[in-house]
Design a protein around this ligand. Structure first.
Ligand code: 0RA
Length: 231
């Protein structure tokens, strides 16, 4: 081998998002309505992982008027400090394919598995994505187009766009119409998924808003008995 340091353990970290756009079906099942809705579940599941890790108790899912989706949680916020690559950790999470399910940083391992793994796939398949992280009193923002960063770092750091007394992560993404055959989320499927997720996580509250179409919908999901009634 030309480079003896190039082993199985760091292959995943070197992989960009090109394979995802080349073969989207391999990552989200298909490029139809099912795959489209899968994007929401991938982002949602990362916030649920943060809940399982013992931090986030509230998640908000908004289907925006412009066809994008926003997921907000009150977890610790995806770390923004510099990763050894020299990039903010959140940018590494959102632009690196963790194909093997292995991320070379203990911080990213949780009881539920791995944090943020699917979010880079969603980023790759979105015409636009923005992430805002509230941490350490600041709100940091990063932006992407089809998985590529569009925000200029200042001394390697993300811009601070506001102040916050809270922590959490907000991700907004627009599924790429160049990839998907459908661009309107299936609201009923999403509502079922949110209901199920609350059923399985009795201490989790999920706020849902559908702002598309002529009749907006707002639902608060919370199942304090949930699955506990069966065990
Ligand atoms: C790794 C470490 C820490 C937080 C997260 C991941 C995290 C990821 C996501 C994805 C969606 N919401 C999230 N919230 C948190 C925290 C590490 C620390 O503060 O010590």
């Amino acid at each position: 081998m030309a480079n003896k340091n190039y082993g199985a353990e760091n292959i995943t970290v070197l992989e960009g998002l090109e394979p995802v756009r080349k073969r989207p079906g391999m990552y989200v099942g298909d490029v139809g309505l099912k795959g489209l809705n899968h994007l929401v579940y991938e982002i949602l599941d990362n916030s649920v992982d943060e809940h399982l890790a013992g931090y986030c108790n509230n998640i908000s899912v908004v289907l925006e008027k412009d066809g994008s989706c926003t997921v907000i949680d009150d977890g610790r916020g995806i770390p923004v400090d510099l990763h050894k690559s020299g990039l903010p950790a959140v940018r590494v999470v959102l632009t690196t394919l963790h194909a093997g399910g292995k991320f070379d940083n203990e911080t990213y391992k949780t009881s539920g598995g791995l944090h943020g793994v699917g979010s880079s796939v969603v980023n790759a398949l979105s015409s636009r994505m923005t992430v805002e992280v509230s941490r350490d009193g600041n709100v940091y923002k990063d932006t992407y187009e089809r998985g590529k960063p569009t925000t200029k770092l200042v001394k390697g750091k993300l811009p601070v766009v506001g102040k916050s007394k809270h922590t959490g992560t907000k991700i907004n993404f627009t599924p790429d119409p160049e990839i998907f055959t459908h661009t309107k989320f299936k609201v009923d499927w999403i509502k079922s998924r949110l209901h199920e997720t609350c059923y399985l996580n009795p201490n989790l509250k999920i706020h849902f808003e559908k702002l598309t179409g002529s009749k907006p919908e707002i639902i608060d999901y919370h199942e304090p008995e949930g699955i506990l009634a069966f065990i």
